[in-house]
Design a protein around this ligand. Structure first.
Ligand code: PLP
Length: 423
């Protein structure tokens, strides 16, 4: 059980003798809440897990500096812990720049990685001395040339894994063969300083060979840029790395492909290699516990839409987090969260079930046609790996609160980070 509380920023963090098992910790918290008759949903945040992920990154890709993509989850404790580990940050707006710098991170650890930036945000970045920023079009180059003469521009090229969960290159990235060389020429003519190449193969990458293709283009474009007198000493490999431990395409495999491609295209390079992982850090540390606020029996056919099932029992559950809250990842991140009873139950028979969010909108559907044991009003459901693209875009539509974060860490971890300037 929690032995002491410490503060990270203004946030209370429970300290335990050793790293928690997230499921068991959620059970403890939920049992406590049951005694207090408090049924609000909560998000357990296992801070040791962040360190575990950071160490995994350092082990597999030690030559690449991670710049955490803040858009994925702007939780300030997550940011402070990553900052204390020496992580850099990818920010896409004025607000994200300010959130990160508020934690004491210096401007040289930030990249403003949004190829189409608001003019006033560019001025703000200049005032805060954030220099590294991406572009993929001529108009942005000219805008930056006027507004931020000290900017260090990184040309984002479009190289895509078309099978990624969220392909991004419809919106961003210059064609590496046709447009990118022209942009380097224009930058030279306009006197804008280009320092490197970036790409994002798509969030939730399924085909690691996209990184290899991108690195081969990056090599050519660095040579073209050097021909114009640019130093071209940064390669930014974007995001796309899986967040869940048992991902279909494991991180270790992607890392191996990247290491091989770096050996092939940038052997013994003195270039600065960076990446912008988002879900890789944010997904695993967050587990959601949501309360069943209502349950109702229906003919199973209402769920399966098959009249043959009309004699079977089915159940519709309503929980206190939904698509307007953390489960917005179902719409925006093409996610399919799979939950289950938080506590072990001695009921075995499974029924066709639907899990709805709490709002009055039927779009607010969390899981459908799910076979699950019968649950009661007031019981809890547990969803692991809920930190990526969940809380960041959650709303309080219909007056339903977002889940409350409950931070925990081990004594060992606290000892390691407590003296950091970012804590
Ligand atoms: N970098 C940029 C520019 C992005 O747009 C995103 C996600 O949309 C990321 C990094 C993070 O991607 P991921 O969460 O797949 O690592």
């Amino acid at each position: 059980m929690i032995s002491q509380f410490e503060l990270i920023g203004d946030n209370k963090v429970g300290v335990l003798p050793k790293q928690v098992n997230q499921l068991e910790m959620c059970r403890e918290i939920a049992a406590q809440k049951d005694i207090q008759e408090n049924d609000s949903s909560f998000m357990l945040v296992d801070l040791d897990k962040i360190i575990e992920r950071f160490n995994l990154w350092k082990r597999e890709l030690p030559m690449i500096e991670p710049f955490y993509a803040v858009k994925c989850n702007t939780d300030v404790v997550l940011i402070r812990v990553l900052a204390s580990l020496g992580c850099g940050f990818d920010c896409a707006s004025r607000e994200e720049i300010d959130i990160v710098m508020e934690t004491g991170v210096s401007a040289d650890r930030l990249i403003y990685a949004n190829p189409c930036k608001t003019r006033s945000f560019i001025v703000h970045a200049m005032e805060r001395d954030v220099r590294m920023m991406t572009f993929d079009n001529a108009e942005e180059l000219i805008k930056i040339g006027k507004l931020h003469p000290n900017a260090e521009m990184i040309l984002r090229i479009a190289v895509s894994d078309p099978t990624a969960t969220c392909p991004l290159n419809l919106k961003f990235g210059a064609d590496p063969v046709l447009a990118a060389p022209q942009l380097l020429k224009l930058a030279h003519e306009e006197g804008v300083n280009v320092v490197g190449i970036s790409f994002h193969v798509g969030s939730g990458c399924n085909d690691a060979t996209a990184y290899r293709t991108a690195l081969s283009h990056a090599k050519n474009l660095c040579e073209i840029g050097e021909g114009y007198g640019f130093k071209m000493d940064i390669i930014d490999m974007g995001g796309g790395f899986p967040g869940a431990e048992h991902a279909h395409n494991p991180f270790e495999k992607i890392a191996e492909t990247i290491r091989d491609a770096l050996d092939e295209f940038f052997p013994e390079t003195d270039k600065r290699l960076i990446a912008e992982p988002g879900r890789f850090f944010a997904a695993g540390p967050f587990s959601l516990a949501a309360n069943i606020i209502h349950a109702t029996e229906v003919p199973a056919s209402k769920i399966t839409k098959d009249p043959k099932d009309s004699a079977d029992h089915g159940y519709m559950y309503y929980i206190n987090d939904g698509v307007y809250g953390s489960f917005n990842c179902i719409l925006f991140d093409h996610a399919h969260p799979i939950g289950g009873p938080l506590f072990e139950v001695d009921r075995n028979e499974k029924y066709m079930s639907t899990i709805w969010g709490p709002t009055c909108d039927s779009l607010d559907l969390v899981e459908d046609k799910k076979l699950m044991v019968k649950m009661e009003i007031g019981e809890w459901l547990y969803y692991p790996d809920m930190g990526a693209y969940t809380l960041a875009a959650a709303t309080t539509f219909n007056g339903f609160a977002k889940p409350v974060p409950m931070y925990v860490m081990s004594e060992e971890m606290w000892a390691n980070i407590k003296d950091s300037n970012h804590i």
